[in-house]
Design a protein around this ligand. Sequence first.
Ligand code: SF4
Ligand code: SF4
Length: 174
Amino acid sequence: MINNMISEANHLSGQEIGLCYHCHKCAAGCPVVGAMEYGPDRLLRMVALDQRDAVLRSRDIWLCAGCYTCATRCPNDIDISAVMDALRQLAVTEGYPAGERDALLFHKLFLGVVQRLGRSHEAAMLGLFKILSRVPIYRDIDSGVALIRRGKVPILPEKSGAAPEVQQIFRRSK
Ligand code: SF4
Ligand code: SF4
């Protein structure tokens, strides 16, 4: 039986957290570290120290954008985004509330859209998010309109030809 947090997180993420020597390069490049409570390198240390409750309650695991910047900077090739995925999985499994308001809703909507279309569709996802999270629908509307005008965000969703394969991945993951 796996009986400490670092073993569990290593097992779920496929990473070797013990290799971290806290050089801080990941945190220095993380685009959302300013909004985090601890930052990626401190969070890894907390996992190693078995500070389970603080880690699983932390909003950092929900703020991670999965951008892989940390992984590309790490001298020990630790993919922290995979560790963050594992920590979110543990938090949800153990019934911890998401440390960031509506983060779980956002993740569910993103996965729901990808499952249905075989790809992401930002306009659909953000429209649904605003309605369900009760964020004022007109907040940020200017940025959205500008992105649509520049052709960066299509208004109508388009199903990917790979949607059946993507749906099969979702079925298998369950
Ligand atoms: S860059 Fe790698 S070794 Fe350095 S603190 Fe981050 S995870 Fe640890
Ligand atoms: S993957 Fe997450 S922790 Fe790593 S740099 Fe990006 S946002 Fe930060």
